[in-house]
Design a protein around this ligand. Structure first.
Ligand SMILES: NC(=O)c1ccc[n+]([C@@H]2O[C@H](COP(=O)([O-])OP(=O)(O)OC[C@H]3O[C@@H](n4cnc5c(N)ncnc54)[C@H](OP(=O)(O)O)[C@@H]3O)[C@@H](O)[C@H]2O)c1
Length: 366
């Protein structure tokens, strides 16, 4: 059973993990605290950007000899594999740590098993401490690793009656400034931001992070079966990398000028006449794009829901009514109420005059 000092250290480790969210991808954001043999906190650390030290290594480095006989408290089970960096289990054993307390087990096939390695080295190991709290921020990464495809958050902005535009097509701006800024935060946390060609043609969106501090821009992805993206589109402006997913039957005459802009164009198979989104997800996962933000429009979002590729929904609702105009979600292949995609609301927050609802798709349901 974790001591009060270990539980307090885990709370601190979770805060540290949260503070580096979005800067560690494709690695998970992890926090760690070292307690000396008297149980006093002597060092802490959080995951550095990919290729640099994991949280455990940062904390152990800061602790130095004070780690010997002490306890390492960490939000994720220490890894035992050689990835971009060496195994954390080796460093923990070498530092002379006597006890390891972690929150969430590592589902990664190569990295998991760290706790057995530590136990085999005579280290006392306790898992599951504040696991639910630690898992909240880790969930997208955990889902991606478990499902071997990116975690997808579908974000939309709508009126209270679920419209994204008026009957005449006007839609700027449905939600207020705070909601729009929050979208930049969501982008900053993501590896890739995905839209359909309908949205590019209608809005000429940039899809970059401009209104939130960030160390990197997510990959911009357009699902564009017939290669209709105009070469003059903002999304091809070079402000961030862009990937165009076109059909493998797209006209080469249209594809070539798109490639000439410097964008990457991948040709994907079709499924029921449209780009196979599972193939797109597999391609993104192979490239370690673990966290995806789907920004619409309604047609593409409907296909994602239909193929059960949406894990989380973040809806920004403005206190306005339109009564007619396009709905927020297109056909998702749900014919009857019993087949509805069910979600669990995890957060409701006022942003200026708007309300932001975050909900996770129930894994037991559709
Ligand atoms: N309020 C919001 O949150 C929000 C967000 C985004 C967009 N919007 C609005 O939504 C409108 C655009 O939405 P939209 O529904 O017309 O277009 P969309 O969903 O952005 O794009 C749909 C197009 O993507 C292509 N596509 C390729 N594979 C697909 C697949 N598997 N499933 C679905 N589509 C696939 C298809 O064109 P091809 O056949 O050519 O491949 C399809 O017509 C705009 O008015 C925009 O302002 C609102």
């Amino acid at each position: 059973m974790a001591s009060p000092a270990e539980t307090a250290a885990m709370t601190r480790a979770i805060e540290l993990a949260t503070s580096v969210l979005g800067t560690t991808n494709p690695n998970p954001a992890v926090g760690a605290v070292v307690l000396d043999r008297e149980g006093q906190p002597v060092a802490s650390g959080a995951t550095r950007p990919a290729g640099e030290a994991h949280a455990e290594i940062v904390a152990l480095g800061e602790a130095g000899v004070r780690a010997a006989g002490g306890t390492l408290v960490v939000t994720l089970e220490p890894c035992r594999h050689v990835g971009r960096t060496g195994p954390c289990t080796d460093a923990i054993i070498t530092a002379g740590i006597a006890r390891v307390v972690y929150a969430v087990a590592d589902p990664h096939t190569a990295a998991a098993g760290g706790s057995e390695t530590l136990r085999a080295a005579g280290i006392d190991v306790e898992d599951g401490v504040l696991a639910d709290t630690a898992a909240a921020d880790l969930l997208p990464w955990l889902t991606a690793v478990r499902r071997q495809r990116p975690h997808v958050t579908w974000k939309y902005a709508a009126t209270l009656d679920g419209r994204t535009a008026a009957a005449d097509g006007t839609s700027r701006w449905i939600t207020g400034e705070e909601s729009r800024r929050d979208v930049h935060r969501l982008r900053a946390l993501s590896d890739a931001v995905v839209v359909g060609i309908g949205t590019v043609l209608a809005d000429d969106t940039h899809l970059t992070v401009r209104d939130w501090p960030t160390t990197r821009q997510p990959l911009r992805v357009v699902v564009d079966g017939k290669a209709r993206t105009p070469v003059s589109a903002h999304i091809l402006d070079g402000a961030a990398r862009t990937l165009l997913a076109v059909g493998n039957d797209a006209d080469p005459e249209r594809v070539k000028p798109l490639r000439d802009t410097g964008a990457e164009v991948i040709e994907l198979p079709r499924r029921e006449g449209r780009i196979d989104l599972s193939a797109l997800m597999a391609t993104l996962f192979e490239r370690e794009q673990h966290i995806v933000l789907l920004e619409g429009g309604a047609t593409l979002a409907g296909s994602f829901v239909k193929q059960r590729l949406v894990d989380r929904v973040v809806g920004f609702h403005a206190p306005a009514l339109l009564g007619s105009g396009p709905p927020v979600l297109g056909d998702a292949g749900i014919p009857t109420i019993s087949a509805a995609s069910r979600l669990t609301v995890t957060d409701v927050r006022a942003l200026g005059a708007d309300v932001r609802i975050t909900a996770d798709v129930d894994r037991g349901g559709r």
